[in-house]
Design a protein around this ligand. Structure first.
Ligand SMILES: *[C@@H]1O[C@H](CO)[C@@H](O)[C@H](O)[C@H]1NC(C)=O
Ligand SMILES: *[C@@H]1O[C@H](CO)[C@@H](O)[C@H](O)[C@H]1NC(C)=O
Ligand SMILES: *[C@@H]1O[C@H](CO)[C@@H](O)[C@H](O)[C@H]1NC(C)=O
Ligand SMILES: [Cu+2]
Length: 609
């Protein structure tokens, strides 16, 4: 019955979205397709020529190729002149072919398919200098969508994700074990959330690290839309630009797919007025459903929720409130949950910034592990029951933190060392185990014989210049080994957190804890050895992105059954680009598929004199 309803809905939607991609369809057995896309990457501008009289004429803001964003005019980088870029919505097993054309004036690109594990198709993972060379002209990604659920794609170079190069990537299944819980799974219900700034991320980054600027967000967008919430404070006129509207059918249960594609540290509290959300999946993995009043989504994470449109017909706010670096400018946003028979108007409830959790249960709270009415990732159960074996073959301890050092990318120890400049010029260096990751000159995956000078392995002493240590930091495991990572956020500076992301895998989240406002590896190891850390070995949730609480730890486990060079990093753009990253090498070159013929190469050209 329910399945029938779902298909009917899909058929209806297919008719409605006649202009949608031919691969947007209900998934049926035996119908596997090749889904072709073209991505044109270009420097672009919000509220540009394509917008005609937007925002004076609000319907002009919805014209094709018009990116209104929050009405603030600024440059950005766009794929096909859209923000977010085109959504890819396919069925499990489809072949996805994306031709990426780099039309930028002077920059490169790569596209990473966050959530797809690329087992046996490693050359498509899209990490520059790790799995491929940066794209100069054009590059064809060609892979099978093997991981069902809600994912997204984004450029993995520099600050491109913050600049707008991302989009939804949804893989549906013929039979979804949770389909009995919802009636509608619409192609338009992928909600891509992002923090946003009113200057380019290049300005933000250079201002933060080479001048006295900050790295605070200036707004939140949902599917590229929202209003300028800083306008009142700044005394400027807030332009009337369209908000995102999610239409629901009275009585129906709708599946919404939340994605945080943000670049800054802006964990977002999501809640819907008068409606609870039943969370059924995270990062593409089904969980035992839990009904909550709000949830926090960190950069790189996804949550699929069901909203039951069983309240009074009307308009309700979908509220987004930003934390950490979204607090200084009180970043929030509202989208509208509109019952299909309701009048086309804004909800009547006031909309304002509120960084505290709404009453009731909150899932995935920030830097809190045992609060009342708070559920953390280790309180969540995987839907399919399984057990993590009690012992592991390899164990890594990874300490994430900011360090006050003479990072030579930012300071010159002889001319203006860290301790030789006024505090306003200080910039802390995000590191893992006191090491700043540096990209190799050529991708080890496709050019295994290239220069390996910069590699330093876990456990070996890294090369350092005084207090600054930098290298291509690599952890190595044999194919099939059972791995545990004890990842901590020492939290010595500030009250932040880091969303940790691992490519090529999903991991079981077996423990999460907080020792105080700061901690150290030694403290966590001592606590563990004293039996103070209990691991959840029954049905831990599977994820590919997870928060590290400030002054605390997250412990993950997985079986290293996917050979390759897998990037693992903080998912915050500035942190990752400044070196809060590493590579997990699994297996040997002989475990990998051969390098595709004609695969582009790159590297240093340094002939001897
Ligand atoms: C506003 O723009 C729409 C098309 O985007 C157009 O049809 C309409 O005439 C415009 N209204 C005014 C008052 O110019
Ligand atoms: C940086 O370099 C200066 C000059 O060599 C040195 O005095 C200082 O201790 C170093 N570290 C910091 C954090 O400034
Ligand atoms: C936490 O920070 C305080 C103050 O900076 C310091 O004294 C203490 O040693 C730190 N604790 C740990 C466990 O690092
Ligand atoms: Cu970080």
């Amino acid at each position: 019955m329910k399945t029938c309803l779902f298909y009917l809905t899909c058929i209806m939607l297919m008719v409605v979205s006649a202009l949608g991609h031919e691969c947007e369809r209900a998934c049926v057995k035996g119908d596997t397709r090749t889904c072709m896309y073209e991505f044109h990457m270009q420097e672009y501008h919000t509220v540009g020529r394509a917008c005609f009289n937007c925002p004076q004429n609000i319907s002009d803001c919805s014209r094709p190729e018009c990116i209104a964003a929050d009405g603030v005019s600024r440059p950005l980088l766009a794929v096909n002149r859209q923000l977010p870029g085109p959504a890819i919505q396919v069925c499990e097993g489809d072949r996805v072919v994306v031709d990426v054309y780099n039309w930028q004036l002077s920059d490169t690109a790569t596209i990473h398919w966050h959530g797809q594990h690329m087992n046996n198709q490693q050359y498509n993972d899209g990490v520059p200098y790790v799995t491929q060379c940066p794209i100069l002209g054009a590059f064809r990604y060609d892979f099978i969508a093997t991981n069902p659920g809600t994912s997204f794609w984004h450029s993995h170079i520099g600050l491109h994700r913050s600049e707008g190069v991302f989009g939804a990537f949804v893989v549906r299944q013929e039979e979804d074990p949770q389909s009995y819980l919802y009636d509608v799974d619409s192609f338009s219900d992928a909600l891509v959330l992002q923090d946003w700034t009113h200057v380019t991320s290049f300005d933000k980054y250079v201002g933060r690290y080479h001048s006295t600027g900050d790295d605070y967000a200036e707004g939140i967008l949902i599917n590229g839309k929202g209003v300028n919430t800083m306008a009142q404070e700044g005394g400027v006129e807030a332009f009337n630009v369209p908000r995102e509207i999610i239409e629901v059918t009275p009585g129906h249960r709708h599946r919404l797919r939340l994605i945080n594609a943000g670049g800054l540290n802006c964990p977002i509290i999501v809640s819907i007025d008068a409606h609870q959300m039943t969370v059924i999946s995270t990062d593409g993995h089904d969980i035992v459903p839990i009904t909550v009043d709000s949830l926090v989504i960190y950069s790189g994470e996804r949550f699929d929720v069901i909203v039951h449109a069983n309240e009074k017909v009307g308009n309700y706010w979908i509220r987004l409130n930003g934390l950490v670096d979204c607090e200084q400018n009180a970043c929030y946003q509202g989208a509208i949950l509109r019952y299909s028979t309701a009048p086309e108007q804004d909800p009547e409830e006031p909309l304002f910034y509120n960084p505290s959790y709404p009453p009731g249960i909150v899932l995935n709270p920030l830097n809190s592990v045992d609060g009342e009415d708070q559920l953390i990732m280790t309180d969540v159960d995987a839907l399919e029951s399984y057990t993590v074996l009690p012992d592991v073959d390899k164990k890594f301890y990874l300490a994430f933190d900011f360090n006050q050092i003479n990072n030579t990318l930012l300071f010159n120890p002889e001319l203006y060392p860290f301790n030789g400049v006024d505090e306003i010029w200080h910039a802390n260096t995000p590191q893992i185990n006191d090491i700043s990751f540096a990209f190799p000159a050529s991708p080890p995956l496709s050019q295994p014989d290239a220069l390996k000078d910069f590699i330093c392995r876990y456990g070996e002493a890294p090369p350092c210049v005084s207090d600054y240590c930098t290298c291509t930091y690599m952890m190595e495991v044999a194919l099939g080994e059972k791995v545990e990572m004890v990842i901590i956020d020492e939290g010595n500076i500030g009250d932040e957190n880091h969303p940790f992301h691992l490519h090529g895998y999903s991991f079981g989240v077996v423990a999460m804890g907080k020792l105080g406002s700061n901690t150290s590896l030694a403290d966590v190891i001592a606590l563990d050895e004293a039996g103070g850390i209990v691991r959840k070995l029954e049905n831990p949730v599977l994820k590919d992105t997870v928060t590290l609480p400030d002054g605390g730890f997250t412990i993950i486990r997985f079986t290293a059954d996917n050979p390759g060079y897998w990037f693992m990093h903080c998912h915050l753009n500035f942190h990752s680009e400044l070196g809060m990253s590493a590579i997990l090498r699994v297996g040997e070159q002989s475990d990998l598929p051969p390098v595709p013929e004609g695969f582009p190469t790159c590297g240093y050209y340094m002939p001897s004199l």
